[in-house]
Design a protein around this ligand. Structure first.
Ligand code: NAG
Ligand code: NAG
Ligand code: NAG
Ligand code: NAG
Ligand code: NAG
Ligand code: NAG
Ligand code: NAG
Ligand code: NAG
Ligand code: NAG
Ligand code: NAG
Length: 857
């Protein structure tokens, strides 16, 4: 009887809609994304944390949580909350964290006086991103019943009134995050009701609709005399106004002042003058971030008196348009840096071109504000504005190119760059344009404290060599995106005797590994070596014979057909990353080496193999078997990798392993396979011989390129982007398109045809150039008059510097000397192929074009 009732009862409770389906681990209930419309009533009563993120809960009735009196944390983010009854939080006296972000709670309509009364212990209240509209003036409701509150995350309306909220009572309040900051005015009395205990304030926006802050009064932050961290992200306000609010902190010290994406769009150029920094320079700031603020330069008087220059510990100028092209900027900047005697971290990456996506160093207060980034960040317009001094030059001075070409050949003196002697982190990644400094030797002095150096995608080839003066104790070096030939042939690596992390992605190392074992000397101290994206398909067997410390080797994104034998010389290896290669199988020799390595490393050896296209045929039976039996640690779940059956069908190793016997039943005779391979080999050999003998070898190369491009290169949308003026259109449609697209079968991007009107032209052009493999310019009489010509060339330069664009080709057709866009092309002479086009006799020209498009270097 009892049993029956029991069973009936449990069946009943199973059928109930709010029966929980949460996972419970260590008194923590995870009820995320369960489609719940109310808080489950049948969780264990001793849970301390309840996560209800991403559900459909709209109402919190009286006594919702009463059962769970031990609760410390409740997360109700991303629900549909709008109604909270006055007794909703009864019985949870211990609660510390209450998070209700991204709901539709109208704070003013709640009786907060009663609702929050039970939460005497609450330390964190998160009700940000509940405000949908911006044009509201709110009187904020009573919050004085939360005496232990430390963190308050809340939206800010355009004209907030805190008179009734009694926030002054929150005497432990330390950290405020105002997201959805819709303020239109920063007035002296805006925050007058807040307690003076506040130490950190973050203003930010995650929306695209942000009002302009039109009024800024300098005492707006006066109520916060103990402020240590001030952070503003994505605020529409002039930088000069935004810096004005530092007024109350003169002669005080602060941990961090972080200004990211401050300005009035469309981003105009900001020159930091003494006036703009007049308060900033009187504050002792440890971490200063002025990132993505369109700063283009420093005014001459800037240095006059940074009263607290010695306070700076970290300076981040990432993502501005700060160019060191102009002599004055250059001089001033280094003079300024010299004063910063205690500077430890300096970051001037992503300059001076506007970058789409800026990445920051992981340092306190800098990355902490990243949650303000919208998840669906609209693609910003690629914007390239040539720096002032370039556009000042007269447009029609075509002699410039020649004189510039000549000046490139001249050796200029060495430049020496002494970094502040305490600096330990220097990042100059994605830094373009050191124009005017060509073939100089760069000497970096005072490096003994430098530990972290990131030069990745720096336009390094303007220097004929970089050396360090004095003892170098670098631990982390990133030289990705720089042609490794530039560094390896120069004394650059000689002084590096302590580097433990060496990153050389996209560094054109493929050639090096084929030609020599230059690398073996530099990796002797390296612990983590990243050489992904280098088109490596072969490696000298003794490349790593000097490595005594190498633990983590990253060979991802190359074109390796097999695991290089060289890795077997690395006794210390623990992680081998071979993702995104062309591996087809792993043979017995390599398998047994890895197994024994795994033994030696106490079962810690990791092998990453995702995104290779393995062969699942008779020859690789053993290999497939091994994957599942091996003791190694693999990267993908269930050791599931893509593989191709001998009939061409693409499947996965998991399936193959499960159907092993059906699939491999016919595997006995390999003879025919060998015959097939042999005839294939013969065919290729003959083809290559014929190709070389034949004058039209490039056609064959072109054919091979077409066949292999998908594997070898990024998946470009176009093969060629073509930049031309109107007077070439007839020729392009009648001759160029038919030959290139129909006959050679390459895809071109033609503005008239492939660029759609409607979106921003700059945006569209940028995208097209970014997605093209080569860049072809047709110089004609009208070319210099073309509106977007200059822009296109500048974009192409950017792509070239980042090593994505492969060739810049110029066809000179019916052009005079003065039709050349000399200035834009200056400094590019090494990367350009010029083809003179003569309509009558163009066989050679076609030949040259075909050859250029089909070869790699
Ligand atoms: C419980 O949740 C899982 C997902 O976590 C879902 O697949 C399953 O259908 C749910 N069961 C019930 C009874 O809601
Ligand atoms: C909820 O609790 C409040 C305060 O105790 C009470 O005034 C109100 O009547 C209750 N509401 C309901 C529906 O029980
Ligand atoms: C409460 O939130 C704070 C701040 O986010 C966090 O550091 C802390 O770990 C949270 N406490 C609990 C018990 O979840
Ligand atoms: C703020 O609200 C209070 C109460 O509604 C009102 O008395 C006061 O005038 C308001 N302050 C401002 C500046 O509007
Ligand atoms: C705001 O404070 C500043 C600095 O004390 C003062 O100069 C200014 O006049 C004040 N503005 C108003 C409107 O009171
Ligand atoms: C800051 O200190 C300097 C020198 O001690 C003094 O001259 C100046 O008046 C002070 N400024 C403020 C705003 O207190
Ligand atoms: C570089 O080091 C030398 C000697 O240690 C020192 O005199 C000089 O001031 C340093 N330069 C800078 C910019 O820190
Ligand atoms: C096994 O593969 C390695 C490269 O991964 C190769 O060097 C070696 O010669 C192969 N061994 C045999 C027996 O085929
Ligand atoms: C293996 O991966 C394939 C596709 O990548 C997937 O369809 C299959 O379900 C996976 N198998 C297992 C057991 O995870
Ligand atoms: C290839 O072989 C597999 C297994 O024998 C079979 O399931 C698949 O349909 C075949 N594919 C083609 C295109 O014949």
């Amino acid at each position: 009887m009892t049993l029956t009732i029991c069973i009936a009862f449990s069946l009943l409770s199973l059928a109930k809609s709010d029966h929980h389906n949460c996972s419970i681990l260590y008194s923590t209930a995870d009820c995320t994304s369960r489609g719940l419309i109310s808080v489950p009533k049948d969780l264990p009563i001793d849970i301390i944390s309840l996560d209800l993120n991403h559900n459909e809960i709209g109402t919190l009735p009286n006594n919702t949580f009463e059962r769970y009196s031990m609760l410390l944390t409740i997360i109700l983010d991303n629900n549909r909350l709008s109604v909270i009854k006055t007794g909703a939080f009864f019985g949870i006296k211990r609660l510390l964290n209450l998070s209700m972000e991204r709901n539709t709670i109208h704070l003013t309509e709640l009786n907060t006086n009663e609702i929050f009364r039970p939460l005497k212990s609450l330390e964190l209240l998160n009700i940000r991103q509940n405000l949908e509209i911006m044009e509201v003036s709110w009187t904020y409701p009573y919050l004085g019943n939360l005496p232990n509150l430390i963190y308050l995350y809340i939206d800010l309306t355009n004209n907030p009134n805190f008179t009734l909220s009694n926030v002054k009572k929150l005497t432990k309040l330390k950290i405020i995050r105002f997201e959805h900051c819709y303020l239109t005015a920063l007035k002296n009395d805006t925050f007058e009701d807040f307690p003076d205990s506040v130490e950190q304030i973050y203003f930010g926006n995650i929306n695209f609709l942000i009002p302009l802050i039109s009024l800024v009064e300098s005492d707006v932050l006066k109520p916060f005399p103990n402020l240590q961290v001030l952070s503003l992200t994505k605020i529409i306000c002039s930088l000069s106004d935004a810096l004005k609010i530092l007024y109350p902190f003169q002669n005080k010290s602060m941990q961090a002042v972080v200004y990211k994406k401050i300005g009035i769009p469309p981003g105009n150029a900001v020159v930091l003058t003494e006036l703009i920094v007049s308060y900033l320079k009187k504050v002792c700031v440890k971490t200063l971030v002025l990132a993505e603020n369109d700063i283009v330069g420093l005014a001459a008087n800037i240095l006059a008196s940074f009263n607290y220059a010695h306070c700076f510990n970290t300076i981040v100028l990432t993502g501005n348009r700060f160019s060191l092209v102009s002599r004055s900027n250059y001089g001033l900047f280094f003079a300024f840096v010299k004063q910063l005697t205690n500077l430890k971290i300096l970051d001037i990456s992503f300059n001076p071109v506007k970058y789409n996506k800026v990445r920051y160093l992981k340092i306190p207060y800098v990355c902490g504000t990243n949650h303000f980034e919208s998840s669906v960040e609209k693609k910003l317009i690629h914007e390239f504005q040539t720096t002032k001094h370039v556009s000042e030059k007269s447009e029609d001075d075509y002699q410039c190119l020649e004189s510039k070409l000549k000046s490139n050949i001249q050796d200029r003196p060495t430049i020496t760059f002494a970094i502040p002697s305490k600096l330990h982190t220097l990042r100059m990644s994605y830094y373009l344009s050191v124009e005017g400094y060509n073939n100089q030797k760069l000497i970096i002095k005072n490096v003994s404290n430098l530990r972290y150096l990131d030069f990745s995608y720096f336009q390094m080839d303007v220097f004929s060599g970089i050396t360090f003066d004095g003892r170098v104790n670098l631990e982390h070096l990133d030289v990705s995106g720089i042609d490794s030939k530039l560094l390896l042939e120069k004394p650059f690596f000689n002084s590096l005797t302590s580097v433990s992390t060496l990153i050389m992605r996209d560094a054109n190392l493929g050639q090096i590994f084929r030609d020599s074992d230059l690398v073996s000397n530099i990796v002797s101290t390296v612990n983590k070596f990243d050489i992904s994206g280098n088109n490596i398909w072969y490696m000298n067997e003794f490349t790593f014979s000097n490595s005594k410390n190498l633990k983590h080797l990253i060979l991802a994104n190359n074109i390796l057909l097999e695991i290089p034998l060289a890795v077997t010389h690395i006794d210390t290896l623990e992680i081998l990353d071979l993702r995104n290669n062309e591996l087809q199988s792993i043979n017995e020799t390599m398998r047994s080496w890895m197994e024994s390595q795994n033994q030696r490393k106490k079962h810690k050896f990791k092998l990453y193999l995702a995104n290779n296209m393995f062969l699942c045929n008779c020859n690789s039976m053993e290999f497939i078997n091994w994957i599942f039996r091996s003791n190694l640690n693999f990267d993908t779940h269930f050791r599931n990798y893509t593989c191709q059956l001998s009939n061409g069908t693409i499947t996965d190793t998991n399936r193959v392993y499960n159907e092993f016997h059906q699939l491999f039943v016919h595997c006995s005779n390999g003879v025919w396979l060998n015959v097939g391979l042999w005839s294939l080999f013969t065919f290729i050999t003959i083809t290559v011989i014929v190709a070389i003998t034949f004058n039209f070898r490039w056609r064959i190369l072109l054919w091979i390129y077409k066949k292999s491009r998908k594997k070898l290169y990024h998946n470009f949308q176009y093969d060629i982007f073509i930049s031309y003026a109107d007077d070439s259109i007839y020729w392009i449609t009648k001759e160029l398109i038919p030959t290139i697209e129909k006959f050679w079968n390459l895809k071109m991007c033609i503005e008239e045809r492939d660029i759609y009107a409607g979106m921003s032209v700059a945006d569209e052009l940028s995208n097209a150039i970014e997605n093209s493999r080569h860049f072809l310019i047709i110089i004609s009489k009208e070319y210099r008059k073309k509106t977007w010509g200059k822009f296109e060339i500048e974009r192409a330069k950017v792509e070239k510097f980042t090593n994505k664009l492969q060739k810049i080709i110029i066809i000179e057709r019916h052009a005079r000397k003065e039709d050349f866009p000399l200035e834009e092309l200056a400094k590019f002479q090494n990367d350009i192929t010029i083809i003179e086009w003569c309509d009558n006799d163009n066989t050679n020209a076609w030949h040259k074009l075909g050859l250029t498009l089909s070869t790699d270097y």
